[in-house]
Design a protein around this ligand. Sequence first.
Ligand SMILES: [Zn+2]
Length: 395
Amino acid sequence: MSKPLRFELQKSLNTDTTKARAAKIYLKKHPYALELTQKGQSFPNSTPTEFVIETPTFMPVGTQGTVKGLTPNDLVAMNAQIILGNTYHLYLRPGHQRVERLGDLQKFMNWGGPILTDSGGFQVFSLSAMNKINDEGVTFQSHIDGSKHHFNAELSMQIQRALGSNIVMAFDQCPPFPATEKFIRDSMKRTVEWAKRGLKVELKPHQARFGIFQGSLNVELRKESIAQLSELPFDGFALGGFAIGEPMEMMHQVVRHVAPLMPENKPRYLMGVGRPEDLIESVRAGIDIFDCVMPSRNARNGQLFTSVGRINIKNARYADDEGPLDPSCECETCKNYSRAYLRHLFVAGEYLSGRLNTIHNLHFYINLMKQMRKAILEDRFDAWAKDFYSQFNAS
Ligand SMILES: [Zn+2]
């Protein structure tokens, strides 16, 4: 039986300043994708049996089985290669068993591409009104109706198995920032034990699984986490517990130290990060995969990322601006609408505002990753980054 995930490292830079790398990740197609392939509706950049993900890559976040305001066709148009779904939210609503009955999350939302699901751990600790944790698992109250639930390493796997995602994340405990050294150590150790327990739960044949390294900003604990989990049979690994309120410069320092220590021949994923400059600095450290709500959430609030810097579209200076949002962007929004119109939609509170802004911001992020990949393959990452920053920070 073929593996659910294969990793092909194409180029790895190794200078004093950059460890950036470019790779291809091959993911086995889920049943719905195979069904579409048979009908001649194959997902872009895929073979009859596998998806091909080119890294570095960014995953748009589809919390509740939708990237807010967008259809799967929009995601294909912006070249999204893989999206993220949230285990905690889908478990509470509409329920993982219902999703499975309806043919896995991909079929449920009519998305022909791959999905990564998180473990639910982060949301259980950050969203629920109450949570009680011990080595066995976590009891928590739903943020929707206050009902009581219990998650543990095994159930997180079972939920993700039912959702049918292509990449399943191990159940982890993410310590808040700041936390005491003892708390960070305990949660790191607990995460290792939960990872081992989760490995015993069988998944569907197309499902790959990633382990998660914890340890907050403590480089020694991060190293310990990497040493203990790297030998386990995961298909890839993630750094969890970043971008939760710590100064971003501190995150960059720790990621710079630990990313190169992650297994070289497997995908490296930095969870929940971040701003364009965080993606660039983390790619420079050797990270392959990212996800973050920032581009879509900021879009809905009128905060837009462009090649010439950040724009707040509600600003009165755009009221008569006939130019495109970003002159060097090829997205549907920039090709068809003016800054003046986008400002009007935002000020008037129109639905279309969030949608057009989200299309642009996600396109910007995906294109940013593509530019980085090209620069890595052409061995000019540092020069590219310098150019990008000089334009992006100019205004
Ligand atoms: Zn655009």
